[in-house]
Write a protein that binds this ligand. Structure first.
Ligand SMILES: *[C@@H]1O[C@H](CO)[C@@H](O)[C@H](O)[C@H]1NC(C)=O
Ligand SMILES: *[C@@H]1O[C@H](CO)[C@@H](O)[C@H](O)[C@H]1NC(C)=O
Ligand SMILES: *[C@@H]1O[C@H](CO)[C@@H](O)[C@H](O)[C@H]1NC(C)=O
Ligand SMILES: *[C@@H]1O[C@H](CO)[C@@H](O)[C@H](O)[C@H]1NC(C)=O
Ligand SMILES: [Ca+2]
Length: 378
């Protein structure tokens, strides 16, 4: 009889195993963001993928204030019906204070998301007040204690993460992986004129330095976003997900309209940026090619190169057949840690993720079947 019950339970489990969505286990993300329009497109991927659980979103100064960033995230969460994801407001200035943020309105609009508060979902006063009481830094420390397998994604200046690492150096060991959109490895800049730095790193070079000297990270550098866009643009329409005539597609189209127009004016493609980091965090196969290099960040105050990532190319040996750098040491004499730079990415797959995000009917079932069959081992 017992044998029969065990057999029956075994068969039930087999049936459930077959009907359970196959694939990778749940990826738990905490996303730190400065909440401008391309951050929102990246967040959309994270918040709609099956097998991805967004544990928290923390906000930081950058394109807009940390408070505005939180309001922008709150608006997106309403659009997605994901209001239960907690938002924590963090640092509103860099470690070396730079004072009030001057929003780059031609690119971002007054609020960082195109300055279109009246399009669906309309901005609400409550967007500014729904964030949690706890500070983003404490949230990073606490949530990585209660979850031992967090993948941390940085889409803005690294101030929150740097402060958290300073406050609790053991944090570095608790995080499974850190994926950053920011910095560069070839000196391609995208900030104020005469700057060889990438925006997020330039907004807080000291924070970037702390993070890169505390952790091995995966970096989606600006060089890759900038240099690869024209090539990928031949096969992928970076704006396809904006033309799908759904509420979310219209929302993403509206909040990026101003930025896209500005990009066109300066002759640049509105390609994937923050989306790449989110996509790599949820599926490492999105990164088609990487180089591992010992890297640090230029901190010299008066230098044109302030905020640029400095690279110790000779800490690696180049394999010309493989066209890759083989890391010799993990950590070189100058105490620069080895970092992984994504140099090629799967734009087609990211586009597919975005299409699935904006077309709810194409989303895979997000519901996880209860796979706790521990009773079967009676
Ligand atoms: C954020 O901004 C709103 C509206 O300006 C204000 O009411 C709120 O107090 C601000 N919150 C923080 C944490 O600065
Ligand atoms: C911090 O945020 C508030 C609004 O939330 C803003 O008034 C203030 O200027 C900000 N400080 C800096 C340094 O950006
Ligand atoms: C860039 O260089 C020019 C000429 O050297 C200088 O006039 C200008 O102030 C510089 N701009 C910045 C943002 O440093
Ligand atoms: C903005 O969204 C509305 C629908 O809410 C849509 O009719 C309009 O075409 C969108 N505008 C842009 C620029 O995408
Ligand atoms: Ca950003």
């Amino acid at each position: 009889m017992i044998k029969f019950i065990i057999l029956a339970l075994y068969l039930i489990q087999t049936v459930f195993s077959i009907s359970r969505p196959v694939g990778t286990p749940t990826v738990k993300l905490i996303i730190d963001t400065d909440g401008v329009y391309d951050d929102l497109r990246g967040l959309t991927i994270a918040l709609t993928r099956p097998n991805v659980e967004v544990i928290a979103i923390t906000t930081v100064h950058g394109g807009v204030t940390a408070n505005q960033s939180a309001a922008n995230v709150a608006r997106l969460l309403r659009a997605l019906g994901k209001e239960s994801v907690p938002v924590f407001v963090g640092a509103n200035d860099s470690l070396d204070p730079k004072g009030p943020i001057v929003v780059w309105e031609d690119l971002f609009g007054s609020d960082g998301i195109g300055g279109v508060p009246d399009v669906y979902p309309k901005t609400l006063p409550s967007d500014y007040t729904v964030s949690q009481k706890m500070d983003a830094v404490d949230a990073l420390i606490q949530l990585t204690k209660s979850n031992n397998d967090i993948v941390l994604v940085g889409l803005g200046p690294l101030t929150n993460i740097a402060i958290a690492l300073r406050k609790d150096p053991t944090l570095a060991k608790r995080i499974q992986k850190v994926v950053i959109m920011g910095g560069n490895y070839l000196g391609v800049g995208n900030s104020a004129f005469n700057s060889t730095a990438e925006f997020n790193f330039l907004m807080d070079p000291e924070a970037a330095h702390i993070v890169l000297s505390s952790l091995h990270t995966t970096i989606v550098p600006w060089d890759t976003c900038f240099l690869k866009a024209p090539e990928y643009n031949e096969d992928v329409d970076f704006e396809e997900s904006l033309h799908q005539k759904t509420d979310l597609s219209y929302f993403l189209s509206n909040i990026t309209a101003r930025g896209r127009q500005y990009n066109k004016m300066i002759g640049q493609i509105y390609a994937f940026v923050d989306d790449v980091a989110v996509a790599v965090a949820v599926d490492s196969k999105i990164a088609l090619r990487c180089v591992k290099l010992c890297a640090s960040v230029e901190l010299e105050k008066e230098a044109t190169t302030r905020g640029q990532v400095t690279v110790d190319w000779l800490s690696t040996k180049y394999d010309s057949a493989e066209r890759t750098f083989k890391t010799i040491t993990d950590k070189n004499d100058a105490n620069w840690l080895m970092q992984t730079f994504v140099t090629e990415y799967d734009a087609g797959k990211i586009n597919q993720m975005l299409l699935e995000a904006v077309k709810p009917s194409e989303r895979k079932n997000n519901v996880q079947l209860d796979n706790d069959f521990s009773f079967i081992t009676l």
